[in-house]
Design a protein around this ligand. Structure first.
Ligand code: RUB
Length: 328
């Protein structure tokens, strides 16, 4: 792989994604689209072949920041694939325009999708509902905000979401929206579930067979909800459906640093101690009541149909084009 200097703004966004200053699958996807725009704007040459290699390099660099949320490679593919497929481009200028248009189209799509999800999701929320959520999902937050705006009197229970406490972000966000919100320890779900009418969580990846990959602990909540016959919904944009899983490519579960679980001091004191810190888990489709997307409320078993709808006959596997071309 050829190393090449990247604009500082692109490096900074990649670093923010890696270190989770930008986090959540939707925000990560939009940040990647923004980073691609910046990379395009900062390119100063006029050699189309060199520009192709440069964009391929930036695309791969961005995709490598975090492995689990398919929204990231899907956003990058949405922006760069038409460019790599276009055989009639005559100048860098023309290519630049195309990429910038695709990047802003993705960002707009993503923002509009959240509004649609809010609209569709809030129809499921009844006045008086107690809703449980896990981690921090802007798709879920958009539904809850909308339900509150519609005058529904609801209570929200948010898990802390250890080890990084994304539940605190959810609590802050929803307090700002005027929600009645209660923060609960992750381990309290089984004793609290009897008070819950609906669980709504976000997604990092939805597989072709309707399983949902989301923050670690999600599958345990789904299991407990299933045991008690409590509805368990997933709110997600369709660009979190993974075309890569159609032919069985596994979803890589991110393993994060041991220091997120125990302090360096504690680890130094106990050098034989092992730590496992998987960041996501997989909830099987049989525990999921429905998936709330911008194209409608779908049964998890229809995930493959959504992939066909979004990717057409390319749903099998559309890798980011250009990444295996030449030296990139
Ligand atoms: O699991 C997480 C975030 O994990 P992390 O904090 O490790 O990124 C969220 O539930 C999904 O990304 C959906 O979020 P959104 O609906 O905002 O895309």
């Amino acid at each position: 792989m050829m190393e090449r200097a990247l604009p500082e703004e692109v490096v900074e966004i990649a670093r923010d994604i890696k270190d989770m200053r930008i986090r959540g699958a939707g925000r990560i996807a939009r940040a990647a689209a923004r980073a691609l725009s910046m990379a395009v704007e900062k390119y100063s040459g006029d050699d189309l072949e060199d520009f192709r290699r440069y964009i391929g390099f930036v695309a791969e660099y961005l995709v490598k920041t975090r492995p689990t949320a398919v929204s990231l490679p899907n956003a990058v593919s949405f922006v760069v694939n038409p460019f790599f497929k276009a055989r009639d481009l005559k100048s860098v200028q023309e290519a630049r325009r195309m990429l910038l248009e695709r990047a802003s189209a993705f960002i707009k799509y993503s923002e509009d999708a959240l509004e649609r999800i809010a609209e569709i999701g809030s129809r499921l929320v009844q006045d008086g509902d107690n809703i449980l959520t896990h981690c921090n999902s802007e798709a879920v937050a958009s539904i809850i905000r909308r339900a509150i705006r519609e005058g529904k009197n609801i209570k929200v229970f948010a898990t802390e979401t250890r080890p990084l406490y994304q539940g605190h972000i959810t609590a802050r966000m929803l307090l700002d929206a005027g929600a009645d919100i209660t923060l609960i320890p992750d381990s309290s779900i089984r004793s609290i579930i009897r008070r819950i009418d609906k669980v709504i969580v976000g997604a990092d990846t939805v597989t072709a067979n309707g399983a949902v990959v989301n923050k670690i602990g999600t599958s345990l909540i789904a299991l407990i909800a299933h045991e008690r016959r409590t509805d368990f919904y997933v709110a997600t944009e369709t660009y979190k459906f993974s075309p890569y899983t159609v032919w069985g490519e596994p979803v890589v579960i991110e393993e994060r640093a041991p220091t997120e679980v125990a302090s360096q001091e504690f680890l130094d004191k106990h050098p034989k101690l092992k730590i496992l810190n998987p960041s996501f888990d997989v909830t099987p489709s049989s525990y999921i009541t429905g998936i709330i997307t911008e194209i409608g409320l779908i049964p998890p078993n229809a995930a493959l149909l959504v992939l066909e709808e979004v990717y057409g006959r390319e749903a099998g596997h559309e890798p980011i084009q250009g990444l295996d071309e030449g030296e990139v």
